[in-house]
Design a protein around this ligand. Structure first.
Ligand SMILES: [Zn+2]
Length: 178
């Protein structure tokens, strides 16, 4: 299982602060609901594609002594299961949905996949905004316009990672998860 937490906005700052900052602790197990604080249980590295750069960021793993399961805490500029950092991922989506050409080779490689996935996840996004923002909000019928409106709403929340974490805290999965 993954939790998202706000750390630094940029992977380099996150990496620099990772070993010196006080660790976020998890006081109850989300798997078995034990109230015994989870043990710090090693670190793994994952890749984050941040525009033209790729970073290997350390991720802290936490372990429950009662059920033996683990929880990892990802910085909120990540989307679980995706290497693209959230600001870059949303920018690619925005460019593709608005037919803004991109010279970036990486963008071409990823944009079809992430756009298809985003379109697949629209209904859960609508549910999120109806529950957390306005139950009466109206969305266009047409998928493409609906997607643009939802992306505008995602941006209206503020920095991408703020939306990413709120959504994840609510549904316990990322907004692009299947
Ligand atoms: Zn447990």
């Amino acid at each position: 299982m993954v939790y998202l937490e706000h750390f630094s906005d940029h992977p380099l700052d996150y990496i620099n602060e990772f070993y010196t900052a006080e660790k976020v602790r998890i006081d109850s197990c989300p798997h078995c609901h034990s109230c015994r604080r989870l043990h710090l249980h090693g670190i793994y590295h994952r890749h984050v594609i941040w525009y033209e750069d790729v970073f290997a960021i350390p991720v802290q793993r936490h372990y429950c002594i009662h059920c033996g399961k683990t929880v990892s805490i990802l910085p909120s500029f990540c989307h679980p299961g995706f290497q693209l950092a959230l600001p870059f991922l949303l920018e690619l989506l925005w460019a593709f949905l608005n037919r803004i050409p991109s010279a970036c080779a990486l963008a071409h490689q990823h944009r079809h996949f992430i756009t298809r996935r985003f379109l697949f996840c629209l209904n859960r996004l609508i549910e999120y905004f109806r529950i957390c923002h306005d139950p009466l909000i109206v969305f266009p019928d047409f998928g493409h316009k609906k997607a643009i409106k939802l992306l505008e709403m995602v941006y209206s929340v503020g920095k991408p990672h703020i939306f990413g974490k709120r959504y994840h805290d609510h549904f316990k999965i990322g907004f692009m998860a299947l």
